[in-house]
Design a protein around this ligand. Sequence first.
Ligand SMILES: [Fe+2]
Ligand SMILES: [Fe+2]
Length: 187
Amino acid sequence: MTIQLADILDDLHEDHRNMAVMLDLLERETGRIREGNKPDYELLHDIMRYLTVYSDAVHHPKEDIVYSAMKSKRPELAAGLERVEPEHEDIAKLGETLRNDIEAIASGAAVTRERIIEDSTDYVHRLRAHMLWEEEDLFRRADALVKDESLMFVDISHLDKLDPVFGPEREHSFANLLENIKDFSDS
Ligand SMILES: [Fe+2]
Ligand SMILES: [Fe+2]
């Protein structure tokens, strides 16, 4: 499946809006732990499943397509892009750590409140800062490339996995997460 570069950029902006909702929910549940209340562990697990399975596996590789086009077509727009890969790796690692904490709790292992709060806070801050950099700097530069290369098509067949939560076919296993997103946006 081939797609225009401009459409990839639109998808990326949309992913960021969805990921921001996930981070807000993650922060709300972490706040509950901080206050000594019980969070919704199933929800925490769904959030991390979405962020580690969809965002790390589809969103970041789609960004790589745009960033490598910037490097090859407009190298003057590519300053600092070498920082992207280590940041994606770091985010994936922090996400995996947090997901492991949550899975350990689900299987009855002892994970301290402090540890889960710390791991969640690190992850939220890291991912938010990364998305902010992309929205305010990298994607704006990518817009300049897209304007010049409006007819550039790229093959994304290897990334045709649909968004399991916000996409047209919602995965049943994310039903609890979807309910929470709905309540959260209504409030
Ligand atoms: Fe990124
Ligand atoms: Fe991103």
